[in-house]
Design a protein. Structure first.
Length: 86
């Protein structure tokens, strides 16, 4: 997680990884008909979904019986339906 971490400059690996992640999310969003005015909102939504899921999983926050991989697939399908409807 990079929350609260600031790159020290353009050569900082954190800056490069942040740009790589942003590029990956943008590539996903190009597959949807999202208005330019909504791109920032869509990026924040995707990042929040993925970051939240990963944070909970890494903290052993999924104690229920459902398979975690199936839950992640459900999350992705849910996000896909929402992005298609936007």
């Amino acid at each position: 997680a990079t929350i609260g971490a600031e790159p020290t400059g353009p050569d900082d690996p954190l800056a490069a990884e942040g740009q790589r992640l942003l590029g990956a999310f943008m590539a996903v969003l190009r597959g949807y008909e999202i208005a330019q005015a909504d791109v920032d909102h869509a990026l924040r939504t995707l990042r929040s979904l993925c970051h939240g899921f990963a944070t909970l999983q890494s903290a052993d926050g999924f104690q229920w019986s459902a398979d975690v991989d199936e839950s992640f697939e459900w999350l992705i399908a849910f996000a896909d339906r929402g992005l298609r409807a936007s």
